[in-house]
Design a protein around this ligand. Sequence first.
Ligand SMILES: [Zn+2]
Length: 261
Amino acid sequence: MFCARRIKTLLQDRSLATIVSRMIIYTDAHCHLNPQSENPTIDCRIYSSVRPADWKNAIIISENDDDKNFAAIGIHPWYLADVDTNFESQMIEILTEHPNMMVGEIGLDKFHPDIPHQLEIFVAQLKIAAKLRRPIHLHCVGAWDKILHIFKHYEHTLPPVIVAHNFNGSPDLIQQIAERYNVYFSYSVPHDNSQDITRISTTPPDRILVETDTFDLNDEIDKLDAAISAIALINQSDIDEMSEKIYQNIQRVISYVRSIE
Ligand SMILES: [Zn+2]
């Protein structure tokens, strides 16, 4: 039986974290780091935009073409005030010019206003991603019922991959979502509670990603260390093996933008 207290103990054991960190493959499936800063070197990172003002950063990353740093453009449900009437044609133009670019972060958030407008903007971006065959990075808070309704409606015309960033839906949903859709579940450091632990232990290991969601380049590695260590512990796996598995998972997500001619 897994004991939540063990996560805390492991994360507090700095000497152990130092030893294992040499073997960890670092991947960050969702962050907002400024590409013009000297960001830590890690093995794979995906930058997500929240509004059109970020898209120039996404373009800089995509044009860098180092095969480690990838980017997504999109409009987050908190930033609908930034929506331009012709945002769809702008997105299509940028995505077409940058075949290695994804769509995100997009989604629904029940704690923010105007759900009908959120739905309209989300579905518009979902359709663009599906048409151009790009993975999406999904922000969903308290709206999995609506998201699953939309997925069912567009079942045959969904984007090739859905990355559920900071997945915080019910653990009961995970199996059902994973069997039906090509969804990857991305986690930051889990809280020391049964809900977070159950989510991770219920997620198929070949669908787990780790993320920081950070804007702060100084804390990226520490946050990744803590997240991978906790996920490995919950899965009763070696930390280096877990980081390798997560690396293979993010490579599968990226393969959809690598394979576009
Ligand atoms: Zn984010």
